[in-house]
Design a binder for this molecule. Structure first.
Ligand code: ADP
Ligand code: MG
Length: 343
């Protein structure tokens, strides 16, 4: 080791991953896609591939147990991983679950966590096939690996978007972030005065989007029904803007999106304004929506346009044009990827 010291804060999450992994080459011919997409793609036969995705949730970073029920946490930890399998246009099949837990937690707490994991397994028809268990000095960590399968000809990478493709998103955005803001606000109120009951009435949708998200397995089915194979796809875990940057970087294209097209639930907008936040900014940078963001060829426009599940929010441009947002007044604003700042 040299004397040189580079701060991780300067690199950011994606810079760090890149720095650590860019020296690796593949040694095995069955590795079709390694680092750099939502899941790795491994050849298992002439026509079939296996998908592998891993995600980790850390207490104090990804969740706060003051307002996150353990059962919901278990369910969400599975969703986060299944979402990455769906983002490859695949079917989820198995998970492994590794936990590190401090003796602050009794057995009953861990049973609750696993009740949530089981609910997710039963609902999404995936099997828990292993994992690892360790003690931790403080706090709880959950690392899940999801395994899926997909026909090789059906795999959708981040890298396939072409100029003039349409950019499409499922569901609506920003709600999970506003759910988090509500929970954080009530936590502060509670800390100041534990006698005050939390005031979360009427915000079920936002809270559910934060605490009990669903991975969009249904979207994969809709796409199949509509006979649409996206040209590129990614799941929205870090916020729309960050994911658009990933698609553009991997596909070597630019993108223009329209503020007025971004699907935001009325409740999300209302609560955002209550917090003095711009709903569009919440959708762009909020994160944890677990919707799917994909591009389709122009020819598929007619198949998608009538679907209540999808919104066309923009189109891909040449790389030199960059990533731009056309605001409600028609002004063109270059976007910045913010996403989660993990470090
Ligand atoms: P996602 O948000 O879809 O979970 P990430 O941004 O976490 O994806 O990861 C991007 C890519 O980098 C993925 O292919 C992931 O497997 C890989 N990756 C992340 N962290 C590491 C690491 N520490 N070592 C090797 N590969 C990693
Ligand atoms: Mg992902």
């Amino acid at each position: 080791m040299s004397e040189k010291r580079t701060e991780l804060t300067d690199l950011g999450e994606f810079g760090l991953i890149d720095q650590l992994t860019n020296q690796f080459t593949t040694h095995v011919s069955t590795t079709i896609k390694g680092v750099g997409d939502d899941a790795a793609v491994i050849s298992v036969s002439e026509t079939e591939a296996m998908l592998v995705a891993t995600d980790m949730l850390i207490e104090g970073i990804h969740f706060n147990l003051m307002y996150t029920p353990l059962m919901h946490l278990g369910y969400k930890a599975v969703m986060v991983n299944l979402s990455d399998i769906f983002a490859m246009n695949g079917a989820a099949q198995q998970i492994t679950v590794s936990i590190a837990v401090s003796n602050r937690f009794p057995l009953e707490a861990m049973e609750e966590l696993y009740a949530g994991i089981k609910k997710a397994c039963d609902f999404y028809k995936v099997d828990l096939i292993g994992g690892d268990t360790s003690s931790s000095l403080s706090g709880l960590m959950i690392s899940i690996t999801a395994i899926g399968k997909v026909e090789k000809s059906k795999v959708v990478y981040r890298s396939g978007a072409k100029e003039n493709d349409l950019l499409v998103v499922s569901g609506d955005l920003g709600a999970a972030y506003m759910g988090l803001q509500l929970l954080e606000r009530e936590k502060e109120v509670f800390k100041a005065n534990p006698d005050i009951q939390p005031d979360l009435e009427g915000n079920d949708y936002l809270l559910e989007r934060q605490l009990k998200p669903e991975a969009r397995q249904d979207v994969i089915a809709y796409l199949k029904e509509l006979d649409v194979k996206p040209t590129s796809m990614i799941d929205i875990s870090d916020g729309l803007a960050s994911e658009i940057f990933h698609l553009c970087k991997a596909s070597k294209v630019g993108c223009t999106i329209y503020d007025e097209k971004i699907p935001i639930d009325a409740k999300t907008s209302m609560v955002a304004l209550e917090f003095n936040l711009d709903p569009t900014v919440c959708a762009l940078n909020g994160g944890e929506d677990y919707e799917l963001l994909f591009t389709i060829a122009m020819e598929d426009f007619d198949k998608i346009k009538g679907s209540p599940h999808f919104t066309i929010i923009g189109h891909m441009t040449d790389a030199n044009s960059g990533v731009n947002l056309v605001d409600k007044q028609g002004a063109i604003i270059p976007l910045e990827a913010q996403g989660w700042k993990s470090f």
